[in-house]
Design a protein around this ligand. Structure first.
Ligand code: OSB
Ligand code: MG
Length: 374
């Protein structure tokens, strides 16, 4: 179905996390989240989420650069123009505008949400999803001590999570992962995510981690590296999973040909949206490479999009798709996202996002807003 975006509302909200989330490159206490409200000429509207952080410690983008890119370059490309499909919009916003993937993704994913709403189908159905439930894993931030981490990991397992991801950094790695492995036993799916905290000079620690039976080791080396990851993958048996390094379909192809890793964490925001996410999914599926859906501490809005993506058939490993209560006292959507005691999140089958965005809650949390129109 064709669509034409008449206005784009930019809304920066502040959403306090229930507990600080620490990774090797920084800590988040309160998320600052850029939401986009897209309205079609027909009157249909939808919210979308930009996953850029407050600081450029995950990728070069931030909420401020995303706001600027949308206002200055992306919105003028799309407002008032008719598109045949989200893929058509994707081509338009990528022509001679380099980078700014998270800003582009918010707009591109929102266009899928808009079309799903207008067609009265679920986002999952529009994307080609085949699952009615998706498996969930938890991502545990770096804790004060291995004991505290073990406590959190035990609680997560008891809560139903199907995969325990432990954030690591030099000085908080083998002791932490080893303690979780010892406490949970050999059969539990445990993985570690370094968010680029190591170099090849740390090979000894990486080889110790390699002996801990991890499901995968996520992004141990530099955020934009493929070559050294390929060297490392030859030295360890644990599959390397790339996150930060996979910013496009080309980078995914490079990972396969260089053998820089054996698994991809697909975050639609990082790769510029759903069109590229699906292309990476299809590539990996054809190559027998598992993918899973990563998370960026999204609000309930972003979660709708991630859950829909994770319902595609190639997403064969549990995603970072925790329920609302893991992150927030109160989410911005109704109903909030939940997980059953077997670690499954139900994929909505109703029209559009499958949840209502609470305008009252957005108003309460808004730091800044602006409406751009054709
Ligand atoms: O590397 O996957 C990551 C959060 C912020 C930045 C980077 C990452 C993460 C997570 C969060 O791991 C996972 C989630 O949203 O539950
Ligand atoms: Mg990661």
């Amino acid at each position: 179905m064709s669509f034409s975006i008449e206005s784009i509302e930019l809304r920066l909200i502040r959403l306090p996390l229930r507990e600080p989330f620490r990774i090797s490159s920084g800590v988040e206490v309160e998320r600052r989240i850029l939401l986009l409200g897209l309205t079609d000429v027909s009157g249909a509207s939808v919210w979308a989420e930009c996953v850029a952080g407050a600081a450029p410690n995950y990728s070069p983008e931030t909420v401020e650069t995303a706001w600027m890119a949308i206002e200055a370059w992306l919105a003028p490309r799309v407002l008032g123009r008719e598109f045949e499909s989200p893929g058509d919009l994707d081509r338009e916003i990528n022509r001679n505008i380099r980078g700014h993937n998270m800003a582009k993704a918010a707009l591109e994913m929102g266009s899928w949400g808009l079309v799903a709403t207008m067609e009265g189908v679920s986002l999952s159905a529009l994307l080609g999803g085949t699952r009615d439930q998706v498996e969930t894993g938890i991502s545990l931030g770096i804790q004060e001590s291995p004991e505290l981490l073990v406590e959190k990991a035990r609680a997560a397992l008891a809560g139903g999570y199907r995969k325990i991801k432990v954030k690591i950094q030099p000085g908080a790695d083998t002791d932490y992962v080893g303690a979780v492995r010892a406490a949970l036993g050999e059969d539990i799916a445990i993985m570690a995510d370094a968010n680029s905290a190591y170099t090849l000079a740390d090979i000894e620690v990486l080889q110790q981690l390699d002996r801990m039976g991890l499901l995968m080791l996520e992004q141990p080396l530099a955020w934009d590296d493929l070559t050294r990851h390929a060297q490392l993958q030859r030295l360890i048996e644990t599959p390397i999973c790339l996150d930060e390094s996979i910013t496009s379909l080309d980078r995914a192809e490079d990972m396969l040909s260089l053998e820089s890793g054996r698994i991809i964490n697909i975050k639609p925001g990082r790769v510029g949206g759903f069109t590229t996410s699906i292309a990476i999914h299809d590539l990996c599926r054809g190559a027998g490479v598992p993918v899973w859906c990563g998370g960026m501490l999204e609000s309930g809005v972003g979660r709708s999009y991630n859950v829909a993506l994770a319902s595609l058939p190639g997403f064969t490993l549990p995603g970072d798709l925790s329920p609302s209560a893991r992150y927030w006292e109160e989410d911005v959507v109704e109903p909030e996202w939940t997980m059953d005691d077997g670690g499954l999140v139900t994929v909505p089958t109703t029209s559009g996002l499958g949840v209502e965005v609470r305008q009252d809650r957005l108003d309460e949390l808004t730091e800044r807003q602006q409406v751009l129109s054709a």
